[in-house]
Design a binder for this molecule. Structure first.
Ligand code: NDP
Ligand code: 2IT
Length: 449
């Protein structure tokens, strides 16, 4: 990390010593602190009143045992998490991740990023994240249901429509949200919007399934538009083949782009004719199988083992939509050498700090996750609004609001960057714009003695 300011460097040192073995959390904090030196010069009260020290400490971190019975009636035990990071501007809000790699560091990095992302949406939502070190792969629907029920039996004590509103993330989609919500309702005897990403039938918002991927493309449209360009005719590489990747593909293709590669955690597919999205959806959503089956289904294209090779494929636009640190310096160099001009992050923190530096020095237009993938949580906040009103809006209305929100996030980030003499630096602009709103709310609330 390159934190020039002495005070911020000290804060960062303390983050590392107080939270040992939390490398993802260190990385996420370091990326924000790198942007804040000019802010504390302009606003010294941020330093004097310990705003940054307060912001890097979660308001509350909960870990809990999740025991459940598999189909053979064997007892299984996982660890559940919910980190309620910051509620200065609204109830804690952020997804749940079910993946074997989940640990406190990953949940804290995600929760920390969520504070600034949620602030950028312009909607009243604080930051939080949760999950479990649970591997859903290969389990039956009943096993998933029993796990979700056990997880929610404990989580229900800590969440609520005005307190903390979880949603989906990796490994948590419509099926899991259904089981989680069913259990919440049973345990609490209340029908409120305590979760988002619900199906439309029981209070979900139209456009929420599509929102992160569509929102990412709306953000990229702003990046392209600023240079007089559009998606039309562009070659696009999208990593991942889950919720974010699928809807990013759908919208980019609708806007005239050709998507030539997608991936899962096993490897990637490359199809020069443009990937057939319906086949990917059939394999990943319906059959819950591996992406290599694509080549057999369509009888064209190539499959390659290992997901990092995807960044070696020449493209105009790269959209990493799988997971953290999936795009490193080697991949960034390959993208630059092959003529890629735009990179926007659908996943959370998918580019390593070294990769971002390479993009910056090559003049690549880079859309950071906090800004570029905020469409999902923004539409979750629209779901909360509809739930509070006990009313639903039509698809066009929600989609129009999403487009407006993504445009505002872009403009806000770009304008702040320009105001600080860093025109075009969306990483800086998004960090500072997201930070200022939360910091001002914390200043207004005072410190409790
Ligand atoms: P899904 O579970 O729907 O899909 C995840 C995809 O990423 C799958 O293709 C999966 O492959 C792949 N993947 C997961 N872990 C790894 C790994 N360790 N290495 C390589 N590939 C991996 O999740 P989402 O699409 O919802 O989430 C994708 C990213 O977007 C995450 O970073 C998430 O935090 C972020 N995000 C999600 C939002 C949402 O609304 N869902 C909102 C904003 C950001 P496989 O099938 O093999 O596991
Ligand atoms: O990373 C994210 O923004 C999400 N997983 C979505 C969170 C939400 O509350 O909709």
């Amino acid at each position: 990390m390159n934190i020039k300011d002495q005070y911020l460097a000290k804060v960062f040192e303390k983050v590392i010593t107080r939270n040992p073995a939390e490398s993802e959390f260190h990385q996420a904090v370091g990326e924000v602190l790198e942007s804040l030196s000019p802010v504390i010069k302009r606003r010294p009260e941020m330093k004097e009143l310990g705003i940054i020290e307060r912001m890097i400490e979660p308001e509350r971190s909960i870990t809990f045992r999740v025991s459940w019975l598999d189909d053979k009636n064997r007892v299984r035990v996982n660890r559940g998490y919910r980190v309620q990071f910051n509620s200065a501007i609204g109830p804690y809000k952020g997804g749940l991740r079910f993946h074997p790699s989940v640990n406190l560091s990953i949940i804290k990095f995600l929760g920390f990023e969520q504070i600034f992302k949620n602030s950028l949406t312009g909607l009243p939502i604080g930051g939080g994240k949760g999950g479990a070190d649970f591997d859903p792969k290969g389990l039956s629907d009943y096993e998933i249901m029993r796990f979700c029920q056990s997880y929610m039996t404990e989580l229900s004590k800590h969440i609520g429509a005005d307190t903390d509103v979880p949603a989906g993330d990796i490994g948590v989609g419509s099926r899991e949200i259904g089981y989680l919500y069913g259990q919440y309702k049973r345990v609490k005897n209340e029908v409120t919007g305590a979760l988002t990403g619900k199906d439309y039938a029981y209070g979900g918002s139209l456009v929420r399934p599509e929102a992160t991927g569509y929102g990412l493309c709306y953000f990229v449209c702003e990046m392209l538009g600023a240079k007089g360009e559009s998606f039309d005719g562009k070659r696009v590489v999208i990593s991942g083949s889950g919720n974010v990747a699928i809807y990013a593909h759908e919208k980019a293709a609708e806007l005239g782009a050709k998507i030539v590669a997608m991936s899962d955690s096993g490897g990637y597919i490359y199809d020069e004719n443009g990937i057939d999205l319906e086949v990917v959806r059939y394999i990943k959503e319906k059959k819950r199988c591996r992406i290599f089956e694509y080549v057999n289904e369509v009888k064209r294209g190539e499959y390659h083992e290992g997901c990092r090779g995807i960044w070696q494929i020449p493209c105009d636009i790269a959209l990493p939509c799988a997971t953290q640190n999936e795009l490193d310096a080697v991949s960034a160099k390959a993208l630059v050498q092959n003529g890629c001009k735009y990179v926007a992050e659908g996943a959370n923190m998918p580019s390593t700090p070294d990769a971002i530096k390479i993009f910056e020095s090559a003049g690549i237009c880079f859309g950071p996750a906090k800004a570029a993938n905020a469409g999902g949580v923004a539409t979750s906040a629209l779901e909360m609004a509809q739930n509070s009103m006990r009313y639903t809006w039509g698809f066009e209305k929600v989609d129009a609001k999403l487009q407006e929100i993504m445009k505002n996030i872009y403009l806000n980030s770009a304008n702040i960057a320009e105001d600080y003499g860093r025109a075009g630096d969306l990483v800086f602009g998004a960090n500072v714009a997201g930070f200022l709103k939360v910091a001002d709310a914390m200043l207004a609330h005072g410190v409790s003695y």
